[in-house]
Design a protein. Structure first.
Ligand code: NAI
Length: 253
C-alpha cells in the first residue's frame, strides 16, 4: 500500500485524516510534538518549530513515500514567532527535505485556512517571506510590521497558499501540491481561534452554518486531493468551509 506522512497526527484534523487514510489501506507515518493517544501507525515525535527539529524528523522518514500531509499548525494565540516558524517554515522545510523521498506521481497537501483568502493583496510580501533563505532572519525582519505580528496566523496561512503554488510549480509532472482551506472546525484549536479572532465572529459563523466543520469533513477533502481522481488538480486551494466564505462575499456586496 501507499505510505504517507501526516503531521499534526496527535489531534483534530491530522488524527482524523490519518484514521481515514488507514481505513483506506494506507500506511501512515505520523508526526507530532505530542504523543497521540490513539494512533496505530509508525509515530515520530518531533518539534516542527525549528530547522533542527524539522531535520531530525525528516531523517527518520524512509524513501518511497506516496505523499506528505502538512497538517500540524498553531493558532494566533501562540507567540507570533512560533506561528510563523511552525505554520510557514515548518511546512516549507519539511517538504523540502521529504520531496526527494516522495515517489513520482505523489501528492502533497498543506493546511491553509479560509482566513487566508485575501493573500493576493500581500503577494509580494508573502512571496518574499516564503523564499527567505534563513527562517530566523525572515522572522526578525517582520518584527516591526504590525500587519504581520498582529495577524500572524492569517499571514502564516497566506504564506501557505503561496508556498503551495511555489511547490507545485517546482515539481510539475512529478508531485502534485495543493492546499485545503477550512473554516471553523471543531478541534481543540477552535477555542484559541475564538480568543484570537473574536468569540462572536467564530460562534456567529458556526450558528450561520448550523454546525462547525468536523475533522472528518476536512479529512475527506484531503483524501480526495491525494486520490488518482484529483490527478489534474495542482497548485490550487480547496476551500472546505460549508459555504461561509461565499456567503460572506455575497452579503458584503
Ligand atoms: P489541533 O490543535 O487539534 O492539532 C494541531 C496539531 O499540530 C497538534 O497535535 C499539535 O501538537 C501539532 N503541532 C503544533 N505545533 C507543532 C510543532 N511545533 N511540532 C509538531 N507538531 C505540532 O488543530 P487542528 O484544528 O487539527 O488544525 C490542523 C491544521 O488545520 C492547522 O494547520 C490549523 O491551522 C488548520 N486549520 C484549522 C481550523 C480549525 O478551525 N480547526 C481552521 C482552518 C485551518
Amino acid at each position: 500500500g501507499k505510505t504517507l506522512v501526516v503531521t499534526g497526527v496527535a489531534s483534530g484534523i491530522g488524527a482524523a485524516t490519518a484514521a481515514l487514510l488507514q481505513r483506506g489501506g494506507a500506511t501512515v507515518i505520523g508526526v507530532d510534538r505530542n504523543v497521540p493517544a490513539d494512533f496505530a501507525g509508525t509515530f515520530i515525535q518531533g518539534d516542527l518549530s525549528t530547522p533542527a527539529g524539522v531535520a531530525a524528523v525528516a531523517e527518520r522518514v524512509p524513501e518511497g513515500l506516496a505523499g506528505l500531509l502538512n497538517i500540524a499548525g498553531v493558532p494566533g494565540t501562540a507567540p507570533w514567532q512560533t506561528v510563523l516558524s511552525v505554520n510557514v517554515f515548518g511546512v516549507r522545510d519539511l517538504t523540502r527535505l521529504l520531496l526527494p523521498k516522495i515517489a513520482d506521481g505523489g501528492a502533497i497537501v498543506n493546511l491553509a485556512s479560509n482566513v487566508a483568502s485575501g493573500w493576493a493583496a500581500r503577494q509580494l510580501e508573502v512571496a518574499r517571506f516564503v523564499q527567505a533563505a534563513d527562517a530566523r532572519e525572515a522572522i526578525a525582519a517582520v518584527a516591526d510590521d504590525p500587519e504581520v505580528t498582529g495577524n500572524s496566523y492569517r499571514f502564516s496561512k497566506e504564506c501557505v497558499r503561496w508556498l503551495t503554488q511555489v511547490q507545485a510549480s517546482e515539481n510539475l509532472g512529478r508531485v502534485r501540491v495543493n492546499s485545503v482551506s477550512p473554516g471553523p472546525v471543531q478541534t481543540p484549536i477552535l477555542e484559541d481561534f475564538k480568543k484570537d479572532h473574536g468569540r462572536e465572529k467564530v460562534e456567529g459563523a458556526v450558528a450561520l452554518l448550523g454546525r462547525a466543520g468536523q475533522p472528518q469533513d476536512i479529512a475527506a477533502a484531503i483524501a480526495f486531493l491525494l486520490s488518482p481522481e484529483a490527478v489534474w488538480l495542482n497548485g490550487t486551494d480547496l476551500c472546505v468551509d460549508g459555504g461561509l466564505l461565499a456567503h460572506r462575499a455575497v452579503t458584503a456586496m
